[in-house]
Design a protein around this ligand. Structure first.
Ligand SMILES: Nc1nc2c(ncn2[C@@H]2O[C@H](COP(=O)(O)OP(=O)(O)O)[C@@H](O)[C@H]2O)c(=O)[nH]1
Ligand SMILES: Nc1ncnc2c1ncn2[C@@H]1O[C@H](COP(=O)(O)OP(=O)(O)O)[C@@H](O)[C@H]1O
Length: 210
């Protein structure tokens, strides 16, 4: 499935809801400018105050989502916290062919699927907070969740944390600026990793030395 001559890389960022992964990923992506591409997922989740369709997510009905699934639009899709989320195949491949670092803010199921599809060019970072209390405080402060939906997210957080060993890096998001610099380093490292798989001609040029 993986394209032989992919120039870009994929940076998967996962973590419990409220850990700060979206804020970090968006900010690093902005700072890396043309080097990076933030993949906008499609979701059936209701739009939150302050979110924009086509910027934060493509917000669709369940029927539209399932039609996209049937038509093979998604590289991967999953149900998270009772809603569907999916990553567009076309968006990703176009960005990869342009040599970009593709940022995927997706859950642990999405990580497994993307790693299978692109084993050589995925780097993954699991973002979490230093403790449970901080996570709850951030979810409350964000003012997007009810007590009930916070409970659902906390239960899911524990399931997600069990998948940390599958990730390349663990990032405890305490001080925002320091976490941002760490995530940026992972992003750049991911692109350097891809170059390892594009060395056919490079080695040719060294022949004759023996
Ligand atoms: N598998 C998968 N997960 C996604 C995708 N887009 C978002 N997610 C995950 O779905 C979860 C819920 O995201 P969201 O609705 O933005 O809520 P939040 O985590 O509380 O900010 C997060 O873990 C996201 O990383 C996607 O395209 N595929
Ligand atoms: N290092 C940090 N310190 C304090 N607050 C943070 C930090 N990182 C993110 N936040 C805040 O925590 C809340 C959750 O962040 P968000 O990016 O929405 O998390 P996620 O995408 O993981 O659900 C937001 O209000 C965000 O501004």
């Amino acid at each position: 499935m993986e394209c032989m001559k992919v120039k870009g890389s994929i940076l998967v960022i996962s973590g419990p809801s409220g850990s700060g992964k979206t804020s970090l990923a968006r900010e690093v992506c902005n700072e890396l400018k043309d080097l990076a591409y933030f993949s906008i997922s499609t979701t059936t989740r209701p739009i939150r105050d302050g979110e924009r369709d086509g910027v934060d997510y493509f917000f669709v009905s369940k029927e539209e989502f399932l039609k996209d699934v049937e038509e093979g639009y998604f590289l991967e899709w999953a149900e998270v916290h009772g809603n569907f989320y999916g990553t567009s195949k076309k968006q990703i491949n176009e960005a990869l062919n342009k040599g970009k670092i593709v940022f995927l803010d997706i859950d642990v199921q999405g990580h497994e699927a993307v790693r299978k599809a692109y084993p050589n060019i995925v780097t993954s970072v699991f973002v979490t907070t230093k403790d449970k209390k901080t996570l709850i405080e951030r979810l409350k402060k964000r003012e997007t969740e009810t007590d009930e939906s916070i409970k659902v997210r906390m239960i899911n957080a524990l399931h997600e944390m069990k998948k940390i060993p599958q990730y390349d890096y663990l990032l405890i998001n305490d001080d925002f600026n320091s976490s941002k610099e760490k995530l940026k380093s992972c992003a750049i490292a991911s692109l350097i990793k891809t170059s390892k798989y594009n060395i056919e001609n490079f080695i040719e040029k060294w022949k004759g030395i023996e």
